[in-house]
Design a protein around this ligand. Structure first.
Ligand SMILES: *[C@@H]1O[C@H](CO)[C@@H](O)[C@H](O)[C@H]1NC(C)=O
Ligand SMILES: *[C@@H]1O[C@H](CO)[C@@H](O)[C@H](O)[C@H]1NC(C)=O
Ligand SMILES: *[C@@H]1O[C@H](CO)[C@@H](O)[C@H](O)[C@H]1NC(C)=O
Ligand SMILES: *[C@@H]1O[C@H](CO)[C@@H](O)[C@H](O)[C@H]1NC(C)=O
Length: 415
């Protein structure tokens, strides 16, 4: 056989094996445009500016965060009611905990009783909703800082705000770069920490609920890699520079209280993945020391164009899922294997439905992913007649075959 024919055959086999190894994620919710159920009047709503960015899942609610990256967003923290259905189309959003808390003051005066802008909330193992209110309205790059960023904790049983902690100015000047939060619960009292990546200042903020104190860790691995910032998505080319973006907690270790874990993290502009033990993060002395020795580890490279917004660990399988924005895809890596490109597998890819996977989270044994086509909204325009915003829900077990396939596929080639 000629070399060309052989390569064609290999290529064909490759694509066959490849396609049979990906799955189609199940749509759980989709919207053409986002509408609100409980607005007193339509006054300050500009429909086309309402782009959801993150979500969180509780027993009976799916929280939807619409950060104020534009004017005309009446409510930033919202939810839809879950009633056991397997699919929702264009459900209207309810403000959470209520509209008054989300409503801006007429001339944007600071007000600690308000929630200004939320990106990616999370529900912890103790039925509490956590999020960062950035305190900023970022309108087409014109950032209006209303007030200091604050960490919120809400008890979902009573809908009461049990904590609002203002992050002090010496840790971060404003909340523009605080787009996600990861919760480390040790018990369901106050023994919990929040880890917050600061994508603008390339630092990690750490908050102890028990001590009601925040401090910051700085490290060069929190910065973006200047050679890995190019994007080509949905026909649009651009370059970004975001630093540390997502933190996910791995397997609990066998220390005395059994609660330390590796915190996996990556800058958005990077193909690499890193880790640091929560033993360091939880200890203010260790987290804030200026020389970090071997505290932070480079785990390896995930592969070309693998820039990721959020990632999330599933404890029973040891798998981490990644929302890959440059490929309109979701990938996985089994942490029991070394991190290299051949051990990172695309499990789902869709050049229409998965454009800009903005949030991803493993909740119990389900993988949840949100996509929002934000790229079109920033660099082009969204078509209000299309379904633009989606949340997918897939049992982890349905992804295992696709996730395991990597090694065998690659082995075939090596032979
Ligand atoms: C602020 O908005 C501009 C324009 O939409 C965007 O490029 C920038 O990334 C935003 N900043 C943050 C921190 O989200
Ligand atoms: C920036 O946004 C604020 C409100 O968010 C507005 O008052 C101000 O006029 C804007 N500035 C520019 C230059 O667009
Ligand atoms: C934090 O680490 C320092 C240095 O290793 C140690 O002396 C101290 O006891 C630790 N603090 C806590 C609360 O574990
Ligand atoms: C895939 O790998 C996981 C973890 O190693 C294992 O538990 C599971 O049985 C495998 N599943 C399939 C379908 O191959």
């Amino acid at each position: 056989m000629s070399l060309t024919k052989t390569s064609t055959l290999v290529l064909l086999l490759f694509s066959l094996t490849f396609s049979s190894c990906t799955i189609t994620l199940k749509e759980f919710v989709k919207w053409k445009q986002i509408e609100f159920a409980d607005l007193p009047e339509k006054g300050n709503l500009i429909q086309k500016n309402v782009v959801p960015q993150g979500f969180a899942v509780s027993k009976d609610k799916l929280f939807i965060a619409v950060p104020r990256r534009n004017i005309g967003i009446p409510s930033t923290l919202n939810y839809i009611k879950l009633d056991g259905r397997e699919f929702y189309e264009n459900p209207k959003l309810y403000s959470y905990p209520n509209y008054e808390t989300n409503e801006l003051n007429p001339s944007n005066e600071a007000n600690a009783n308000k929630i200004i802008s939320v990106y990616r909330p999370r529900v912890d193992e103790c039925n509490r909703l956590w999020f960062v209110d950035s305190g900023v309205i970022n309108t087409s790059g014109n950032a209006t800082v209303l007030q200091a960023p604050a960490i919120f904790v809400i008890d979902l049983a009573t809908d009461a705000i049990i904590k609002r902690y203002e992050i002090p100015n010496h840790i971060v000047r404003d909340g523009l770069g605080l787009a996600s939060i990861t919760i480390d619960t040790i018990d369901c009292n106050e023994n919990a920490f929040a880890y917050i990546p600061d994508l603008l200042n390339s630092q990690m903020l750490i908050y102890s609920l028990k001590d009601n104190v925040a401090y910051r860790m700085q490290h060069n691995f929190f910065r973006m890699n200047p050679f890995e910032g190019e994007f080509d998505i949905d026909g649009l080319k651009f370059s970004w520079d975001d630093g540390i973006f997502s933190i996910t907690l791995g397997k609990r270790d066998d220390s005395k209280d059994g609660s330390y874990r590796d915190a996996y993290f990556h800058p958005m502009i990077s193909f690499s993945e890193f880790s640091i033990s929560t033993r360091i993060l939880r200890n203010q002395t260790l987290a804030t020391r200026s020389y970090h020795g071997n505290d932070v580890k480079l785990l390896g490279n995930r592969g070309k164009n693998s820039q990721s917004t959020m990632h999330s660990y599933h404890e029973k399988s040891g798998i981490i899922y990644f929302a890959e924005i440059n490929k309109n895809a979701v990938s996985c890596w089994n942490t029991r294997k070394p991190l290299r490109p051949s051990n990172v597998k695309i499990i789902a890819r869709d050049d229409i439905k998965l454009i800009y996977p903005s949030d991803l989270s493993v909740v119990d044994d389900d993988l949840w992913v949100m996509s929002n086509r934000m790229i079109r909204q920033i660099y082009s325009t969204l078509n209000a007649d299309d379904f633009n915003f989606r949340i997918f829900r897939q049992p982890v077990k349905d992804t295992l075959a696709a996730c395991n396939a990597t090694a065998s596929r690659r082995r075939k080639f090596a032979n």
